[in-house]
Design a protein around this ligand. Structure first.
Ligand code: FUC
Length: 775
């Protein structure tokens, strides 16, 4: 089969056979496998499964197995309105202090008068754990545990007492249960005690009938806001042979040949303003339905549904002997040993994690996706929307997971409701606003402290994801649905942008550049560069949407006029891109700060571009040099994307290597901020796409930042705007073939090494290009 045929049939085979393996060692049989030779001791060694809504961390213990459990609506508190009633009356005075450059005073004033009540948002909680105790298992040997990203199944195998034990765990998006299968190759070898543990304040566990165990309780309070949710985790044990006995707070299994455990979890959460659900009825129903199927059927159905999404994209960056080692060893040595397949695994892991933490109907992926073992996790494991939540969704459209964006779109539409009240109460403005965080309750007020939270542009940034979803999947009905959200976000800024007394431009005030002090007593400022960039995009996208939907009117013209009056980007005296309206970059206390907010214009936005705005691109590059390559997990991942946009594949790759190393990647491949924060995983996946394919409007640039470390490889199924799919294969650093297919008739300009070619795309049309066609 030649390469073209191979690419053409690649829909069936999810990975192209390695074009070139670098050594005689055969590549691992499954390039999608994380595997280990010992049980997890720490939580960041355990392996995540999830169906978008519920999930488990599988420790793979032998005599004691722990499944740490999550349900994505189990958060602290209840519906609440955090608006500060004093905010509106004090806004004008605050703006004056900022325009007068009395920043420390402004910050103290803001903290005293405009911040959220309570000052913190609610935290995401854990359900607890299911403990499976098999005290009869003594010394285990031939141990292996693994997670197969392609089947979404976690498995533990070992030998003990002369039997081989096998435990499989899968979270089913079809049956809404976490299903566990315990087997042994000796009859009657499975005896176990099952019990729940829970770190929440109010809970109980009790056997129900002979084969069910129910953990039920209430979520924790959030400051003065009482826990308003009831939750339940319901376990049913189905044994083949032997028996199951329910008594007290545990289930006992005696002498079974095999056991299926079904775990359902639910809370009474229905919406941010409705907690009237019945978790007992929900979990009972889910268990009753799932119990009609054997484990093999549940697992097969779950895998099929997972693969529907997962197999849309395949990647092969070549292999080395390192690929045959256990995953934790590969991470440990990844900065010194060549292991391109680890990067490919990390790439697919990002896609796996998104599929498992964000599916239609679920909550969006939070700071930890859905996986959290604490009641008070770092940053509440909530939604930080000054970079982190956005980064979670960077790979979604690019790697063919548009369905996974649905929870984000729904969250934004809910914030547009709670945020409309906030806009009125806090600013006396139309439209809607949210600041730098939100939670399950869709809280929108500025939190934590003015220097972090008083940033009104979080919702505007989220709107760009809605627009992007439309651009990748053009559907006028979807655009009509989101248009009021974009319109409302733009309207808020129309009402609240202030005229900068020094320049006459329109600026945000109060605001800040996340989350960096400018060295003049605070971070508070008017018109930080990032705001101006985000609002340029927001206004442009709202106007474009109005045009497409034939809804242009007076307000649209006002949006366009406001856009034209925004404070423009500036290059400072060192040649850097200015983060603030003044040339203060050098005086910030933290030159290497993790946030690179003003580089939003270079990535994810395209306001700065090497071809169209070379001077700004050069300034952004200098800013990146000054900030440095090493940062927290997500900030490291962002730098990969940024250097890729600057077409510097070697730099992007060297930062990727740091991201994949043990300082930024835990043994289970979770991103280390540290601590664990999932955005770095997603940002890493997106960054690798940016190295291979970049898309802006109707241009598609092939191999813009291919590093020499990946001389030969292929990628299949990437998406670009307008419903296009791109497959690529390259050899010895040179494009071998690109295959571009589009669902919608139009043209695309394809760029390779600066050379352009325009091709037609459309239904049924597939264009295949080789390097020779870019003369
Ligand atoms: C922002 C970042 C931190 C962290 C937190 C969740 O505040 O500055 O690094 O990622 O979000």
């Amino acid at each position: 089969m030649d390469r073209r045929n191979l690419l053409a049939t690649a829909g069936a085979a999810f990975v192209l056979p390695a074009m070139r393996t670098r050594a005689a060692t055969p590549p691992p049989t499954n390039p999608h496998m994380l595997w280990y030779t010992a049980p997890a001791k720490e939580w960041v060694e355990a392996l995540p499964v999830g169906n978008g809504r519920i999930g488990a961390m599988v420790f793979g213990g032998t005599a004691t197995e722990q499944l740490q459990l999550n349900e994505d609506t189990l958060w602290a508190g209840g519906p609440y309105d955090p608006a500060n009633p004093r905010a509106h009356d004090n806004m004008a005075a605050l703006r004056t202090l900022i325009f007068d450059k009395k920043y420390a005073e402004a910050e103290a004033f803001a903290n005293a008068n405009v911040m959220a009540t309570p000052l913190r948002q609610a935290a995401y909680q854990t359900v607890g754990s299911l403990m499976i105790e098999m005290p009869g298992i003594a010394a285990a040997s031939a141990y292996r545990r693994e997670l197969d990203l392609d089947s979404a199944l976690a498995e533990t195998r070992f030998t003990a007492n002369g039997a081989t034990y096998r435990r499989r765990v899968i979270a089913s998006p079809v049956d809404q249960v976490v299903a566990v299968h315990l087997t042994a190759d000796k009859p009657g070898a499975i005896s176990a005690k099952l019990r729940f543990t829970c770190p929440l304040k109010s809970w109980q566990a009790a056997a129900e009938g002979s084969d069910m165990l129910v953990l039920s309780g209430r979520n924790n309070d959030h400051f003065s806001i009482p826990g308003a949710l009831r939750f339940e985790a319901r376990l049913k044990a189905i044994a083949n042979g032997g028996r199951v006995i329910g008594a007290g707070d545990s289930l006992t299994i005696e002498g079974a040949d095999a056991v299926t455990l079904l775990i359902a979890m639910a809370t009474s959460y229905r919406r941010h303003d409705d907690v009237s659900g019945d978790p007992a009825a929900i979990t009972r129903g889910q268990i009753a339905t799932a119990a009609r199927k054997p484990f093999a059927r549940i697992a097969a159905d779950a895998t099929t549904e997972h693969r529907r999404l997962f197999r849309r994209v395949g990647i092969d960056l070549g292999g080395t002997p390192a690929a045959s080692l256990p995953t934790d060893q590969r991470v440990r040595q990844s900065e010194t040993v060549d292991d391109p397949a680890l990067a490919a695994l990390y790439f697919q892991y990002g896609r796996y994690l998104l599929i498992c933490s964000s599916r239609p109907g679920s909550q969006p992926a939070n700071l930890q996706g859905i996986w959290n073992d604490k009641t008070s996790p770092p940053w509440g494991s909530k939604y930080t929307i000054n970079i982190n939540t956005q980064m979670n969704y960077w790979p979604a459209e690019l790697t063919a997971l548009p369905e996974c964006v649905e929870p984000l779109i729904r969250m934004v539409s809910e914030i547009a409701q709670t945020g409309a009240k906030m806009a009125r109460d806090m600013y006396g403005a139309r439209g809607w606003v949210t600041h730098h965080n939100t939670d399950l309750w869709r809280a929108t007020a500025p939190i934590d402290g003015a220097k972090f939270g008083l940033w009104p542009t979080g919702g505007a940034w989220l709107c760009t994801h809605l627009w992007e979803h439309y651009e990748y999947n053009p559907d006028p009905a979807f655009l009509s649905r989101i248009y009021p959200i974009l319109h409302g976000a733009s309207l808020f800024f129309l009402d609240t942008l202030q005229t900068d007394p020094e320049t006459g431009h329109l600026v945000t005030n109060p605001s800040l550049s996340p989350e960096l002090g400018h060295g003049r007593g605070s971070s508070l400022i008017h018109g930080p560069t990032m705001d101006m960039q985000i609002l340029s995009d927001l206004f442009d996208q709202t106007v474009a949407a109005a045009r497409i939907l034939h809804k242009e009117g007076d307000t649209t013209r006002q949006f366009a006029a406001a856009r034209a009056r925004l404070l423009p980007m500036k290059v400072g005296k060192e040649g850097q891109l200015q983060e603030w309206p003044y040339d203060w970059d050098g005086s910030s206390a933290e030159l290497n700060h993790r946030h690179v907010s003003h580089l939003y214009g270079l990535h994810p936005s395209r306001l700065i571009d090497m071809d169209r705005t070379p001077a700004l691109a050069a300034a952004a590059k200098l800013t990146l040099e000054i900030r440095g390559d090493k940062a927290t997990g997500w900030a490291t991942a962002w730098r990969i994307n940024l250097w890729a946009r600057l077409r510097d594949g070697e730099r992007a790759y060297s930062i990727l290597r740091f991201l994949l190393g043990p300082e930024r990647t835990y043994p289970n491949l979770f991103d280390a901020h540290p601590p664990f924060q999932i955005d770095g995983n997603f940002g890493g996946t997106a960054g690798m796409v940016e190295m291979l394919v970049q898309n802006h409007g109707e241009t598609i640039e092939l191999l813009p930042a291919l590093p020499s470390a990946w001389p030969t490889g292929s990628v299949r199924g990437l998406r670009t705007r307008g419903g296009c799919t791109v497959d690529l294969a390259w050899r010895d650093g040179r494009l071998e073939s690109a295959r571009i297919a589009g669902r919608i008739a139009g043209n695309r300009t394809v760029i390779l090494n600066g050379k352009r070619r325009t091709i037609p795309v459309g239904p049924g049309r597939v264009v295949t290009l080789g390097a020779g066609q870019f003369a």
